[in-house]
Design a protein around this ligand. Sequence first.
Ligand code: FES
Length: 67
Amino acid sequence: MSTQATITKNGPIKIEGDFKVLDASGAAFTNAEGKPVYLCRCGLSSNKPFCDGSHSKQGFQSEVKAV
Ligand code: FES
């Protein structure tokens, strides 16, 4: 499967497919192989770079459309 990033409505960025998430030094975060990850884009997560659901509790709103 190719890698796909989906900007969800009012929520995180969903990444699925074959990928790694690296920190600034190049170290990889571990994630369950074959499972999607959700990257925070609201800035409110206590588990950055991953979404912890805080966006919905805080009413984050952002819907983007590809043009
Ligand atoms: S997008 Fe979910 S906590 Fe930020």
